[in-house]
Design a binder for this molecule. Sequence first.
Ligand code: SF4
Length: 283
Amino acid sequence: MTSASTPLPHPIIGGSFTSPVAAGSGWPDDQAETTTEVATTPAEVAQLAAAASLAEATARSSVCRACPRLVAWREDVAVTKRASFADQPYWGRPVTGWGDPAAAILVLGLAPAANGGNRTGRVFTGDRSGDWVFAALHRLGLASQPISEHAGDGLALTGVRIVAAVRCAPPANKPTTAERDTCAPWLDREIQLLLPTLSTLVALGGFAWSAVLATLRRLGTQVPRPVPRFGHGAEVDLDTPEGRLRLLGCYHPSQQNTFTGRLTEDMLDDILRRAMAAPPDGG
Ligand code: SF4
């Protein structure tokens, strides 16, 4: 039986990795180093999120330990593993934003899946929801491959970045309000650093919709009152300190939504096509 102390090879690059993966140990796309500062409280998240660059903010967020319940869960899952992935090392750390660092489109999800992003270390990678997202991005020419199975597989996104509103896998896919708020400075800083190039945000589900509107308000954007409601196809144009930004709502590509036909491939493609069109003032 696999234990935490049994290093295993990465499915793409081989090598030898513990679960959770140690910072700076060579995992594909791991931006952290052994010296990267670790936040252990909400106050430290706020302090460390004020990083000078997206790369630094990404690295710092990837080693965060500020939510005790989520740290315990992500690491327990990493050690226990789903039986079908027992031969793989699990990332077991926060799953950061990933994709184009000068993106025009930012796609926002809720939180990583316990055996998806929490295993592969890449957002939306290794679970059925991610299969839908990456296939759609590829159909529209925004992703170099239709499948994202593991970090290190050569996939590249052009003009798009993906991020989760909460960076650690939560039990039952439900972060608490306190965990959402603790993680918010990472999202705030990521969006702030992307604002110069961003034109559109795509919120996959109501949780991401609310989280990103709260972020934009904290960043100085006038968000209408009452707050615009989430819906599939909902659209809001917002004036940020860096120009006009369009927010689009899209049903989350959860298995519940895709199996029942609530969200179809055409519906997802339509939203992404709208995201690719510039806001009215070209901001
Ligand atoms: S959810 Fe966010 S704030 Fe909480 S431990 Fe994970 S990265 Fe840190």
